[in-house]
Design a protein around this ligand. Structure first.
Ligand code: HEM
Ligand code: MG
Length: 328
């Protein structure tokens, strides 16, 4: 049965994290990497198993230790991802594609196929990865990094900062509306897209620098090479979604999707948005998770309930718990 979620760091200040115990190493044949530059980097520095297969406890410890991600954000994101993309029986998640190392597949429609799986956690309008419609939703995309660079030059004087994040986030949405007939921008992607736009500012800037201005060579190092700069120090305090509300308010847009080809973006009132935060949790559990596991039994049902309990933790101060598989 899965281990209890780790608590916050004891020493939670900045420190050298690209250290002798965590050297960057190139990929070995079969190592899994995926759409998240943060987890890719932690694996390539050995904060996570270098093969890219990890338990939720390992992921929470790694994002805290390596980047000073705040405990409740780390738990929320990790258990959400694990519930839809991980193997709940073996407690293992691939940070990339489907891997036999996570164990036997659960019964369909669940697949435990890793973070590359489209439309459960991974979604459209990523900054440096293409929409799944265009064929590859997880590899570093040079064309998109060129756009990231152009926006940083235009709005950030050559750095990626909150001003750039707001403009580039909005630009990627406009781009997908105009080019991706399958474009979808509903919860949970509606939330994670904004969160991930501020993560480079919150986590990829050296904790001793802390001026909110991300150098583009440093950015490329993380996004493409999964590598911390020499001497890299993590954030100076536990950090999570700082800046999210600020960038989302610059170009407000409602959750929705292209419903009939490109340029048919239509508001979806069933999706959670920033005014209905608990609906993010409720819909994720009652719709996304339940659609994967409609009738679980035995150990699978037990593992689901445990992981749902762990997911609820970070919502518990604001939202009522839901029990799709019963209370006992
Ligand atoms: C994107 C998972 C922590 C930085 C993603 C995506 C997934 C993911 C599935 C793909 C979403 C998409 O763009 O379609 C996770 C999980 C984490 C975690 C399970 C566990 C806590 C982190 C941390 C950082 C980070 C600690 C920064 C140090 C990013 C960034 C993106 C991203 C910047 C956007 C990539 C892009 O748009 O090109 N993450 N992540 N993540 N993640 Fe993570
Ligand atoms: Mg994506």
């Amino acid at each position: 049965s899965p281990g209890a979620p780790p608590g916050p760091l004891k020493f939670n200040g900045t420190k050298l994290v690209n250290d002798d115990q965590h050297p960057w190493k190139p990929l070995k044949h079969g190592d899994m990497r995926g759409p998240c530059p943060g987890l890719n980097t932690l694996a390539s520095h050995g904060y996570l198993p270098r093969n890219g297969i990890a338990t939720p406890v390992q992921i929470i410890n790694a994002v805290q230790e390596g980047f000073n991600m705040e405990n409740s954000v780390a738990r929320l994101v990790t258990y959400a991802a694990h519930l839809v993309d991980g193997n709940l029986i073996t407690d293992k998640l691939s940070i990339g594609g489907k891997s036999p190392l996570t164990g036997p597949s659960p019964p369909a429609p669940a697949n435990a196929a890793g973070l590359n799986t489209h439309a459960l956690f991974e979604g459209d309008v990523s900054m440096t990865r293409a929409d799944a419609f265009f064929g590859d939703n997880h590899s570093f995309n040079e064309t998109l990094f060129d756009e990231f660079t152009a926006f940083s030059n235009q709005f950030g004087a050559g750095k990626y900062n909150l001003t750039v994040a707001a403009e580039y986030r909005f630009h990627r949405i406009q781009e997908s509306i105009a080019t991706n007939p399958n474009f979808s921008f509903v919860s949970p992607r509606f939330f994670t897209a904004y969160a991930e736009s501020v993560f480079p500012i919150n986590f990829f800037i050296d904790g001793r620098q802390g001026d909110g201005q991300l150098d583009l060579d440093v950015a490329r190092g993380f996004f493409q090479n999964m590598r911390m700069p020499d001497g890299f120090h993590r954030a100076s305090m536990p950090t999570g979604l700082e800046g999210l509300a600020e960038i989302a308010s610059v170009h407000p847009i409602s959750p929705g999707a292209n419903v009939n080809g490109v340029n048919t973006y239509t508001f979806d009132p069933s999706s959670a948005d920033f005014t209905t935060f608990c609906l993010l949790y409720v819909n994720f559990v009652n719709q996304t998770v339940r659609s994967l596991y409609p009738e679980p039994t035995g150990n699978l049902k037990k593992a689901l309930k445990k992981n749902l309990e762990f997911l609820y933790g970070p919502f518990s101060d604001q939202c009522s718990q839901v029990f799709p598989y019963g209370k006992d």
